[in-house]
Design a binder for this molecule. Structure first.
Ligand code: NAI
Length: 778
């Protein structure tokens, strides 16, 4: 105990511990051994593992490792409850979500203390940030449920959602997953991380109190093996995962071809860019929040400091001074800034990475960590962009830094990463900050801020940070689908070679269309295309992997299209439509010859294609972004950005299948590599001339022909493609989903089922929502 005199002399903080008594009593009441929460009730405990307090090493409780049978029972309960829950209507569900929000608030202190005991995060954070955001998330989505029937009349629930969450924000990630899912009429089977399951079990209790019907929320505990069981379970319609990129990639592969929807929120190495005209004191406070919040165990932590050369020395010195004042220790103490690392395994991982790569720079650790599972706030300066620690996610309180000279160099360094989750930009010059924001490859950008979150604002990444958004209207896409049934696709077969070939005029071989020019296929092969009656209609080229690579290169070069104004893109789309319409008769007879369909149907396909072009010409400058009313001195702008280069496999409609993918993709500023209908490629090759006469810049649309199965793996595995779509066969869907795991590109595939999608779905697939938080108002 310090005397008053000593306190006065050191001006140090005394301890202000939060009592753990109630949380410990709750654990004792639970009998120390917990089962799962299935069909509205806790099951008996089975084979157990320990839940420990990382700050002290004490065992808090014993939790059950779920078996296959447990997961089956949970999925069955969720399945049984789903139809009724969806039918109960948005307004009825809103009441349940509202009750959950109120109960989270009522038990806020208990939740916060339990979270801190289990995870090691400072009570100040669990109390003021985690639990407050959890309540906000349930309130917000109670509202979404209330509005669903009126605002989203054409969308419906996906079914049973398997949700796997990490240990860094155990309750908050649960809320991010459960609230939108159940608001939209889905039911869930959720698995918390094995280190941090306690608040999920307390949440199970409030589900009972809130009147959540049996089976709507199910919680099973256990390690990654249980996660895998959920991922592979045939009764699950969707997987939502937050965690490491390694596991995300495995889940992508495991779900390939299964028809399950998937959203992945993975790792990051987010840049924190400080320009010399920044408000330095604020930037340093922001940086403390960016990297030392939650001991740096934050997927969007501002873990890479990029500071302009002229201020670097001063900035680092002031940062080290500030770090020296951080208080690290007992997370239950309300004066503590940095708590315990979640588990000794994670501590070893941090220590290992720093000892491996730290010597490339200068390591600063101005405060000591106490004994145990703690790691001191660390700055490693003087690294280069290619250094191990500049590239690898450390997931601890370790900031790495380098310097830049010009804004262009800052952007280049910021984007020199395989991740794309978040970024912070600090400058007092609004022009500079808002010039940089669109150039950053990231799902979230904070201007003069960091680590701000809200239920109304979309959160999620690009590149290897995953795909899908959580929060806002855009987050609901991940938990709904357009109403209506999908029907199985029967892929058409190319017409066989007849016994006697009737040759019509000159036998032409249609080339490929790459970079605005017709190109011979690299392999030199082609295939004869016959009409159903055996007429030889011509030859089409068989594209190879090399042709895909050439087409992608051409598409990558056509970046000017992404920067073109929406008005400009609309003009080009209208022009394509107009030129197609001038040649409608020619395309009609081509479709008739290829497929053997009637004149009326062929004509309808051409008219449909023209209409599609006009529709997306219309949309090009009308897909509004949004300014989200987040509870702060600012707004969160939701900007629709192009995805980049989209590869697409077309369905069997010779012209319609091609236009369906090209029109929305290029309307939103993407460049496309389209593989035409496999059975009927010759209308797509006729279309080259329409493109040539319509002011479409070279490389914006590239068209290949040939068997889809020879091209799907190369397209999906290509590192310079940001998304792949397929309306081809089920087998192609599976290849694409599996091979996309390499760079975790977005995929949109039909799994062999066809349905018509409203324009809004096409537009959502053709855009990435970037959320930009900007100070605004007072
Ligand atoms: P992890 O990705 O293994 O764990 C996250 C969740 O996935 C846990 O619930 C876990 O049980 C589950 N899981 C593990 N293997 C699975 C599988 N094969 N199938 C389905 N579910 C599975 O993360 P871990 O190992 O705890 O942390 C390792 C690194 O991952 C960290 O150092 C950090 O770099 C990163 N990480 C990133 C997070 C983020 O929010 N982006 C969160 C947690 C970790």
């Amino acid at each position: 105990m310090m005397t008053v005199k000593e306190i006065f002399e050191t001006m140090d903080y005394g301890a202000a511990p939060e009592s753990a008594a109630e949380a410990l009593a709750w654990l004792v009441d639970g009998g120390d051994r917990f089962g799962h929460f299935i069909n509205g009730a806790m099951t008996d405990p089975g084979e157990v593992f320990e839940a420990r307090n990382p700050a002290t090493g004490e065992t808090l409780a014993h939790l059950t490792q779920a078996t296959e049978a447990d997961v089956d029972t949970a999925v069955e309960a969720a399945r049984k409850a789903q139809a009724k829950w969806a039918k109960s209507g948005g307004k009825a569900r809103a009441k349940v979500l509202y009750a959950l929000a109120r109960l989270v608030q009522k038990h806020a202190r208990l939740f916060a203390v339990l979270e801190t005991l289990d995870n090691g995060k400072p009570i100040r954070e669990s109390r003021d940030i985690d639990v407050a955001l959890v309540a906000r998330h349930f309130y917000y989505h109670a509202g979404m449920a209330q509005l669903m029937d009126e605002e989203l009349p054409d969308r419906e629930a996906l079914g049973v959602c398997g949700q796997i969450v990490p240990w860094n924000f155990p309750l908050l990630m649960l809320a991010w997953k459960v609230a939108p899912a159940i608001a939209m009429g889905n039911t869930v089977v959720l698995k918390p991380a094995e280190y941090t399951s306690l608040t999920a079990l307390l949440f199970a209790q409030i589900c009972q109190e809130a009147g959540v019907p049996k089976g709507v929320v199910n919680i099973v505990t256990g390690d990654g093996a249980v996660g895998e069981m959920i991922v592979k379970h045939p009764g699950v319609d969707k997987i939502a995962f937050t965690g490491s990129t390694t596991v995300g990639r495995r889940i992508r592969e495991a779900t390939a071809g299964s028809g399950k929807s998937l959203t992945l929120e993975l790792g990051g190495k987010s840049p924190y860019i400080v320009f010399e005209d920044a408000d330095i004191d604020s930037a340093i406070e922001g940086l403390v929040d960016a990297i030392f919040f939650n001991q740096g165990q934050v997927c969007c932590a501002g873990s890479r400091l990029l500071v302009q050369e002229g201020i670097a020395e001063d900035f680092h010195a002031r940062l080290i001074d500030r770090m020296a004042k951080l208080r690290i220790g007992n997370p239950l103490d309300k004066c503590i800034d940095v708590g315990a690392i979640v588990d000794p395994v994670q501590l070893q991982r941090i220590e290992g990475l720093v000892s491996q790569g730290g010597s490339e720079g200068t390591v600063h650790q101005p405060v000591k960590a106490p004994e145990g599972c703690f790691y001191p706030p660390t700055l490693i300066s003087g690294l280069s962009s290619s250094s191990l620690l500049m590239q690898e996610e450390i997931f601890g309180p370790v900031l790495v830094s380098t310097t830049f000279r010009t804004p262009a160099e800052a952007v280049q360094l910021a984007n020199d990463t395989r991740y794309g989750l978040a970024a912070s930009v600090w400058s007092e010059n609004v022009n500079l900050a808002l010039d940089i924001a669109p150039k950053l490859v990231a799902g979230v950008v904070w201007v003069n801020g960091s680590n701000m979150f809200d239920a109304a604002a979309g959160f999620g990444g690009v590149r290897e940070s995953g795909f899908g958004r959580e929060g806002g209207w855009e987050g609901l896409m991940a938990y709904t689908k357009p109403a209506g049934k999908a029907v199985a696709v029967k892929p058409a077969k190319a017409h066989a070679k007849p016994d006697t070939i009737e040759v019509l005029g000159l036998d032409r071989t249609a080339k490929l269309y790459i970079g605005g020019k017709q190109a011979r296929p690299d392999g030199g092969y082609s295939q004869a295309i016959y009409s159903p009656k055996g007429k030889l209609l011509g030859h089409s080229s068989i594209a190879s992997r090399k042709d895909i690579r050439n087409a992608v290169e051409a598409a990558q070069k056509a970046q000017g299209w992404t920067k073109a104004t929406a008005h400009n893109r609309a003009q080009v789309l209208y022009f394509i439509g107009e030129n197609l319409s001038a040649r409608a008769e020619e395309f009609t007879s081509r479709i008739k010859d290829l497929t053997g369909t009637t004149e009326a149907k062929a004509k309808a396909e051409v008219e449909g294609a023209i209409d599609t072009l006009f529709t997306y010409a219309a949309w090009a400058d009308k897909l509004d972004g949004a300014a989200k009313p987040v509870p702060m001195r600012g707004v969160a702008l939701a900007m629709n950005e192009a995805v980049g280069v989209i590869g697409a496999f077309c369905d069997d409609r010779p012209l319609g299948g091609l236009i369906d993918v090209i029109a929305p993709a290029i309307a939103m500023g993407n460049r496309v590599v389209a593989v035409a209908s496999e059975a009927y490629p010759l209308a797509a090759t006729d279309f080259y001339q329409v493109l040539d006469t319509s002011d479409v810049p070279a490389g914006v649309v590239n068209i290949l022909t040939g068997p889809h199965d020879g091209l799907a793996a190369t397209m999906a595995g290509h590192m310079d493609i940001e998304a792949v779509w397929s309306f081809s066969s089920a087998a192609i869907s599976e290849v694409i989903e599996r091979e996309s795991a390499g760079n975790l590109k977005r995929t949109w595939v039909n799994n062999g089922m066809s349905r018509s999608y409203p324009a809004r779905d096409w537009l959502a697939q053709a855009t990435e929502v970037k959320t930009i938080w900007v100070p605004y108002g007072e």
